[in-house]
Design a protein around this ligand. Sequence first.
Ligand code: MN
Ligand code: MN
Ligand code: MN
Length: 290
Amino acid sequence: MKVDFHCHTQASDGALSPRALIDLAKQYAVTHLAITDHDTTRGYEQALDYAGAQGIQLFSGVEASCEWEGHSIHIVGLDFDINNAALQQGLQHIRDLRWQRAQAILEKLLEKPNFNHLDLPDLLQQQVGQGVVGRGHFAQILIEQHYVKNSQQAFDKYLKKGRIGYVKSQWPALQQVVEWITGAGGVAVIAHPGIYGFTSRKLNRLIESFIEAGGQGIEVVNQSRHSADITGMAERAKRYGLLASLGSDFHRPEQHWRGLGWLAPLPAHCEPVWQAFKTPLQPSLPSSVT
Ligand code: MN
Ligand code: MN
Ligand code: MN
């Protein structure tokens, strides 16, 4: 069995169509997958039948943006009812906020002479396509227009706090987002807990607020983290009674450090997140059969 419960498609800011993502998952022998696009379930909906036909069990998923103590936090929701009205209205609200932020970023960049010769609104529209706009799209434009070499540079030079393209995000509160997910019967998971740059104490406070709101899981394995980070997060999960999830945060094939399904296994003493799923896990067929 090979699990990946965090990845993106063209329905948000990923490079692959939902079907192409399933093809890649099959190529890498992923057996249990959740598509967790930013603030939309459309990619999951488009891939569901095709995944089944390819012998991959696809769970509903989303990566929702929220605010906690002034920080942007990402919460992954897994195995929920996608027809839940409150959740879908909440996600629509976050998508509206994303477009408002994108508009503000565009205005800030266009004030600068080095972007005057570009039709940024048009480039953004092309880049986003049918997706959900995010800062990753701006990063991709800056790469393609040769302002920077990679996404990290795009954030460091233009998009992060203190740079010309930075706009403070306005997201719904952590508690609200967790309630939308659990209210739809899903499991809420703190995404990539290592990337917020929090001290250990602050991360503990986030976890406490999250649990108080009804959150149950945390990503113990994400991207290709060092084994020491995995061990540390697994111990934290155990201490707080949280279920452990794992996901690559795959966005596009050329980002080799977060390849689809390329994950270390969960440490043995972790309680895997699927124990709380309402949908039972199907046993994976041997790859010679599929
Ligand atoms: Mn993204
Ligand atoms: Mn994220
Ligand atoms: Mn993600």
